[in-house]
Design a protein around this ligand. Structure first.
Ligand code: ATP
Ligand code: MG
Length: 410
């Protein structure tokens, strides 16, 4: 701590005297003959205490005191006043002086007063420092709290998402057992109904009303069988046959199957497959199912309006990414959490299986699926499937990029 003392007095004798007394006690002393010079020295030397004469020519003592206290609050001021000026002394104390000494003063009196002010100053400054530290600590605690809250929020959301996934997989597992048994039980009598109906069909006169009824029975039986087949696909992995699968090839196969549908509904297909995509170890029919289910949802969302269907494939260090987006009716965000639930559908003739099958397959490969979009603004499905370097040797082909604008399927 700087214990320099600045004496400001227009009488050189007083300056000399005060300096002598103070220096004898080891203080560093600066001297100024006017208020102006005093202020300059305060700014330059930052003394701990200024001993300031009240009666100064030019800038008076009161003004100098105010300026020092305002601009350099760490410099404490002790005023020198003449006898009979007690009232003024009170004013000076109010204006920020720490003490006053009556002229003429005794040297031990001066030392004692200065010593006291220095002690008080040290205590006050260290209090101030403690308060500042406290303030800093409080701010730090506040920002830790905010960070903690943010992390708790983040973890809570992750936990909720994980719980939800768990719930869906539990639902799927339960459904799996139920469905496998049910499908088996239902398909036997269904088969019998179909056979009896076929017998009836062969005995009825073609084109008769009864023959028409039998046809309808057979159609409905087929529909039920179709649903059962879908149910089985949702719930269990039938013949898992892993091989090295090249996703652009699968995409090509599936979009080829859909080509006439695209044409019929004025859907323009845009494919953008980045070059050198790694192969993944998977069952090709399951990967086909992912494409089929997502594309058929997109087609259904664009029926009547036509639109654009985009398929993107690219990869990073860990995943092959598939993004299928359409310009169809879109999905309201409040449905995002439901669309993967088995049986959730907004379609009159939907069953609500497509996406739950996709989810089951993607999860079984350790992948993930995300959905984006808004009602009326189309839907975007983003799937990531892990690939590993041992199986995923790069396909050294050129970029398989096509666009219906360039004359590919539409
Ligand atoms: N591309 C899309 N655009 C708009 N809505 C979609 C899209 N894909 C899925 N959905 C919504 O998600 C729901 C669930 O889809 P999911 O494929 O599981 O069942 P579904 O298509 O209704 O019936 P299923 O696939 O069994 O025939 C749909 O009913 C629809 O509301
Ligand atoms: Mg569907």
């Amino acid at each position: 701590m700087n214990d320099g003392i600045l004496v400001i007095d227009d009488e050189p004798m007083i300056l000399e005297l005060a300096a002598l007394v103070l220096e004898s006690r080891g203080y560093e002393v600066f001297q100024a003959l006017s208020g102006e010079e005093g202020l300059r020295l305060v700014a330059e030397k930052r003394p701990a205490v200024a001993l300031l004469d009240y009666m100064l020519p030019g800038m008076d003592g009161m003004t100098a005191l105010r300026r020092i206290r305002q601009n350099h609050p760490e410099t404490y001021v002790v005023m020198l006043t003449g006898k009979g000026n007690q009232e003024i002394a009170v004013e000076l104390m109010k204006a920020g002086a720490s003490d006053y000494i009556l002229k003429p003063f005794k040297s031990h009196d001066l030392l004692e007063r200065i010593g006291n002010v220095l002690r008080i100053r040290r205590a006050e400054l260290s209090n101030l420092e403690l308060l500042r530290e406290r303030e800093c600590l409080l701010k730090e605690i506040e920002s830790w709290n905010l960070e903690l809250e943010r992390r708790i929020d983040e973890k809570t959301k992750e936990l909720e998402a994980a719980n939800k996934e768990l719930l869906v997989s539990e639902k799927l597992a339960t459904l799996g057992h139920l469905v496998a048994g049910m499908a088996h039980e239902i398909r036997n009598p269904l088969n019998a109904i179909s056979l009896f109906a076929q017998v009836l069909q062969s005995t009825e006169e073609k084109g008769s009303e009864r023959a028409g009824c039998v046809d309808k029975i057979l159609q409905e039986v087929d529909r039920i069988d179709g649903i059962l087949v879908k149910l089985l696909a949702t719930s269990k992995r039938s013949h898992f046959a892993p091989e090295k699968v090249f996703l652009p090839e699968v995409a090509g196969r599936v979009t080829e199957v859909f080509s006439s549908t695209f044409k019929a509904h004025q859907i323009r297909l845009h494919c953008d497959f980045l070059p050198n995509l790694p192969r993944i170890m998977a069952d090709a029919s399951e990967i086909e199912q992912i494409f089929t289910n997502l594309i058929s949802n997109s087609v259904q969302a664009m029926v009547g309006t036509g639109g654009d269907l985009e398929i993107n494939l690219f990869h990073d260090d860990r995943f092959v990414h598939l993004i299928i987006s359409d310009s169809g009716s879109g999905i309201p965000p409040e449905n995002f959490s439901k669309i993967f639930d088995p049986f959730f559908t907004t379609k009159e003739k939907g069953i609500g299986f497509g996406l739950s099958v996709v989810l089951r397959i993607v999860k079984s490969y350790g992948g993930a699926i995300f959905v984006e979009g808004a009602e009326g603004k189309g839907a975007v499905f983003h799937i990531q499937l892990p690939w590993s370097r041992d199986v995923g040797e790069m396909e050294g082909k050129e970029a398989l990029s096509s666009d219906s604008g360039a004359g590919i399927q539409s």
